[in-house]
Structures are given as C-alpha cells and as structure tokens.
Design a protein around this ligand. Structure first.
Ligand code: HEM
Length: 349
C-alpha cells in the first residue's frame, strides 16, 4: 500500500519535471531575435553572427574560411593540459598572441584564417578573443550541410599568454603520441576520433605546397561520414609532388590522405571507433558535437559561462551514402558504401 502511494507520488513528481523541462522561457532581444537567455541579447551577439557571416564567411558559405575557423578552434583549445603547465585552452590565445603561436610548426597554414579573423575581431571590439574565435567556429561549421550545431558558451576572460609549442598533434606523429596528447588535454581515444570528423570539411595547403586546397575526402563541402570511408580505401597515388612528410598514398585523384588519419584508422586502439563512423551520420554528428562542446570550453570556468548556443544558424539536414565496399581494419563492423559509385578506383573488396 505504502509502495503504491510512493509510486503514485513518483509518477506525479516525474510528470512535473517533464512539464518544467518543456517550458523554456524565451526572450525577444531589442534586435528582434529570440533567445533562451536574456544575457545573450546584451552583448549584441546576433548582430555579431550576421557580421561573421557577411565579413568572414562570404554570406554563410561552407568555404575555406569556415573550415579554417573550425581548425583554429582546435589549435587554440588543445594548448591545454589537465595536469597544468601548458596554455589556457579555449581562450583565443592563438588569435591574441598570434605572433608567437603562428611560429609553431603545427600551426602551418593557420596564418590565413588569423589574417581573416583578426580585423573582424578588432572591429567588433567587445568580444574576448576566446569568445570570438569559438563563436566563429560554431557559426562557420554550421554553414556546412550535415554539420551539427555546435554549442556556444559566452563569457571567456581574455587570454593571459600564448600557449607553449608542441601541444598541437602533427600528421607525422605516431598514434601513441597523438593519443597521449589528446589524453593530456582530457580526451579519450573515442573522443579524438569524434573530433577528427572535422576532416570531412578539410583540405591541406601546406602539407604539399604545390597543390594548395587539396581535400581530405571527395565531399569537402559537406559534413558527411565520407572521410571515414575514404581513409579506409586502398591508397594508389599521391595527389601532388610525390610523398610529403605526414602524407600517405591516397585512393582518389585530387585527394590527400594524412598519415595520422590513416594510422588512426588502422590502429587497434582506434580502428573500431573510426570504422563505426562510416555511414552513421547521427553517430558522427552527436559524438562530434559532444567532443567539440568539451573542446570549446577547455581550461575555462564553465560556471561563469552563459549558454548562448541559440545565437547561431539552424539545424542541418542529414546525408546518407551508397557505393562499393571498402577495406576493414576493425573486424565485426561492416563498412558499407562509397558515396559516388563512379569513383571506384582503389577500392578494396
Ligand atoms: C591527430 C590530430 C590532427 C592532425 C594531425 C591534423 C592535421 C591537419 C593537417 C596537416 C591539416 C592540413 C593543414 C594544411 O596543410 O593546410 C589539417 C586541416 C584541418 N584540420 Fe586537422 N588535424 C588533427 C585534428 C583536427 C581536429 C581535432 C580538428 C577540429 C576539431 C581539425 C580540423 C581541421 C580542419 C577543419 C582542417 C582544414 C582547414 C582548411 O581546409 O582550411 N583537425 N589538419
């Protein structure tokens, strides 16, 4: 009897929680935009997003600036260690102290996006370097079809100093070195692979300087799982001037394969995580979003940050792949298809 009464009370209580969760207070800012938190109106974040889209991203394009805005957010945040003694994490130090951090070898090619972002950052004026840089990453990434909406937390203090060198993984690094660096920053191997979903909207300018803009998969303008598949295909040729440091044979003409991506796709510690992403758009989107949410507040006191995620662009559409089968490094998970069946060269059955 007592148990029945308790159960009834529990049902009532749970119902109340659900109703509360469903009621989210919305606020209309002076600009006319609607947000869940009035604090996101005050710093005029909506007009900032419009400015980023027009001045940085060529009118909401998923182009090189959007790709590089994501890359620089990683290079900024990863300068951090959960054990201390490194940089301030996701603090915008790579922008504010760019004359130091751009000297680091691993930041090759980042100079272009710093040159693009710095004047806009200065013109906006009221955002800290960290808030600016990680908002730009969230806005730019969401411009890419298939990409999840990344979180944006507002309120990072200005960076205190440049991050030290040798915090950003390089394509020539061993899997052990890469996983140790990610672990030092607080990421498990599965989260490292989730973050590498970013290479679905990526190209290299400096790995082989003779062929700038060479993409890592055949659909670099779409945030799909294609990179996870194409890295598993049999390599047949180099796209440019022979083999460069950090590059291995690629399966498709005009495509570059990073040695680090390939090794991670084959290593027993990460192969199954890599392979599980193939043709699983939901998995990739949710894991990438979760890992990025962690990355974009590394080193920050999250109790002092305000969730202003809804200042950004809308939720994306899904994409599915079909095509011939490919090589498997992880037994037990079937790798299904290559998106474009006309590009079958190099496929391993
Ligand atoms: C093992 C870790 C990683 C290595 C070794 C690596 C290496 C590289 C290299 C060598 C390039 C090409 C640079 C150039 O030649 O211009 C690149 C591009 C890129 N990377 Fe990574 N990366 C790693 C992880 C990440 C992560 C975690 C992210 C984001 C969360 C990321 C985002 C990007 C993007 C978006 C580009 C393309 C930039 C553009 O097209 O302008 N990378 N990466």
């Amino acid at each position: 009897m007592a148990f029945a009464r308790l159960s009834a009370l529990l049902v009532l209580a749970l119902g109340a929680v659900q109703i509360n969760a469903a009621i989210t207070k919305r606020v209309t800012c002076a600009s006319g935009h609607v947000t869940a938190n009035a604090a996101c109106c005050v710093p005029a974040l909506f007009p900032v997003v419009d400015k980023l889209q027009s001045d940085l991203f060529d009118g909401a394009e998923c182009g090189e600036e959007a790709h590089s805005a994501l890359r620089i957010s990683f290079h900024d945040a990863i300068g951090f260690s959960i054990h201390g003694g490194k940089g301030g994490g996701a603090d915008g130090s790579i922008l504010a102290f760019n004359s130091t951090e751009l000297q680091f070898h691993a930041n090759g090619g980042i100079d272009d996006i710093v040159a693009g972002q710095f004047p806009v950052f200065k013109e906006i004026g009221f955002l800290t370097a960290g808030d600016f840089l990680h908002l730009a990453a969230a806005v730019g990434t969401a411009n890419c079809p298939g990409a999840p909406r990344l979180e944006f937390k507002f309120g990072r203090p200005p960076p205190k100093a440049a991050a030290p060198d040798l915090t950003v993984p390089e394509p020539t690094d061993t899997v052990t070195a890469i996983l140790e660096r990610f672990a030092d920053a607080g990421f498990a191997p599965e989260e490292a692979i989730a973050l590498l979903s970013s290479h679905t909207i990526a190209a290299a300018d400096v790995v082989d300087v003779t062929i700038p803009g060479t993409p890592f998969d055949s659909t670099a303008g779409t945030f799909d799982t294609q990179v996870f598949l194409e890295v598993l295909l049999k390599g047949t040729a180099f796209p440019g001037n022979g083999s460069q440091a950090g590059e291995v044979l690629s399966p498709l003409a005009g495509e570059m394969r990073l040695q680090s991506d390939f090794r991670l796709s084959q290593d027993p510690r990460t192969a199954c995580f890599w392979q599980a992403m193939v043709n699983d758009q939901e998995r990739m989107m949710s894991q990438f979003k979760a890992a990025m949410a962690k990355l974009q507040v590394l080193g920050q006191d999250t109790r002092k940050l305000i969730d202003c995620s809804d200042v950004r662009n809308a939720e994306p559409v899904n994409t599915k792949h079909r095509g011939p089968r490919s090589k498997q490094a992880c037994a037990g998970i079937d790798v299904p298809y290559l998106k474009d069946p006309s590009r079958q060269k190099g496929v391993v059955e």
